[in-house]
Design a protein around this ligand. Structure first.
Ligand SMILES: [Zn+2]
Length: 102
């Protein structure tokens, strides 16, 4: 197995695998969502996981959803980022502007 970058190793040291899920064992906020500190700032663990393992910068205006519905899960494969503005539009009828989710 190739050596993971240090930040990824540090992140994974706070997790444990459970089936397909990667459960967060570090500190959590009042709602039970994982917290991880990066560069002295406390971030949501799922957002950090997305940025670290998807190899994609995460736009701060985007929300990260867990496709598996497991609140403690930070498995990158179970995370989906969508823009907040799109999320607001989702429950209602589709907007005409032809939005592509990639
Ligand atoms: Zn999961």
């Amino acid at each position: 197995m190739t050596e993971l970058p240090r930040e990824q190793q540090r992140f994974l040291s706070h997790t444990k695998a459970e089936g397909d899920h990667l459960l967060w064992c570090g500190s959590v906020d009042g709602d039970g969502y994982g917290l991880f500190s990066v560069d002295g700032k406390t971030r949501r663990a799922a957002r950090v996981s997305y940025a670290l393992f998807k190899d994609t910068p995460l736009n701060p205006d985007w929300d990260v959803f867990r496709l598996c519905g497991h609140r403690a899960c930070v498995a990158a494969a179970h995370l989906l980022a969508i823009p907040k503005w799109l999320r607001r539009g989702m429950p209602r009828r589709r907007r005409r502007s032809g939005v592509a989710v990639v």
